[in-house]
Design a protein around this ligand. Structure first.
Ligand code: ADP
Ligand code: MG
Length: 217
């Protein structure tokens, strides 16, 4: 489903080149749920950004299903993100002027695949059924992140990319959100690549990989 081959990425800042990814190889099977750990600054976010097509690699290949993303231009990448990927970040990135129902529907409407029954099921499973008319500012952090996860899964993506999705939540809330995400990903049938600091949570997914010195062992 996801295949990353010999991926390299360096940043240039103040005339200095910093090699972040030095030939990363990674495969995620259809339906597989993978935890990605690594020290702060090891390049986890960089890797997820490259997979999402938000930035370009220096060398190497990323394939999502049958598409090599280096073959896509900016509009192709935007379409890939919209139609086939779910993205969840530490910041919840909800739209403040939309209520929970419309935030949940945001990506699926743009992608032209809104499915009211699936959205209702997601809302119920995420414990959002009674909150559909609230606005983001009226929600707790955990509730906001559950909306962000529901919005991402509403399009039935091939792959959910989550970058420390519970980094802003307290431990008990983080555990709840993580368990829900893991189970909903299984229900959706998509693959999951999730950055987390928690080795305990990493241990509850199908596989755990670590990024060290620009490589996945
Ligand atoms: P992680 O998510 O594992 O904490 P990042 O991928 O955010 O790591 O960053 C990896 C390294 O790349 C860090 O040293 C960071 O300072 C550097 N870096 C990240 N983004 C940029 C950028 N846009 N310009 C320059 N350096 C960057
Ligand atoms: Mg990061």
């Amino acid at each position: 489903m996801l295949s990353v081959r010999n991926l390299t990425k360096a940043y240039r800042s103040a005339g200095e080149e910093i090699a972040v990814l030095r030939g990363v190889n990674l495969s995620v099977a259809s339906g597989e749920r993978v935890a990605l750990t690594g020290e702060s600054g090891s390049g986890k976010s960089t890797l997820l950004h490259l997979i999402a097509g938000l930035d370009r690699a220096d060398r190497g290949e990323i394939r999502i299903a049958d598409t090599s993303i280096s073959d896509l231009g900016d509009s192709g990448l935007a379409a890939l993100r919209r139609d086939r990927l779910g993205l969840v970040f530490q910041q919840f990135n909800l739209i403040p002027s939309l209520n929970v129902r419309d935030n949940l529907a945001f990506q699926s409407r743009i992608a032209g695949c809104h499915d009211a029954a699936w959205q209702s099921e997601l809302a119920e499973r995420l414990g959002l059924g009674g909150l559909l008319h609230r606005y983001p500012e009226q929600l707790s952090g955990g509730q906001q992140q559950r909306v962000a996860i529901g919005r991402a899964l509403a399009v039935r993506p091939l792959l959910l990319l989550a970058d420390e999705p519970t980094g802003n939540l307290d431990e008990a809330t983080a555990d709840d959100v993580l368990a829900l995400t893991r189970d909903l990903v299984a229900r959706t049938g998509c693959s999951l690549l999730m950055v987390t600091h928690s080795l305990r949570l990493a241990g509850t997914l199908d596989r755990h990989i670590n990024l060290t010195a620009g490589l996945i062992a």
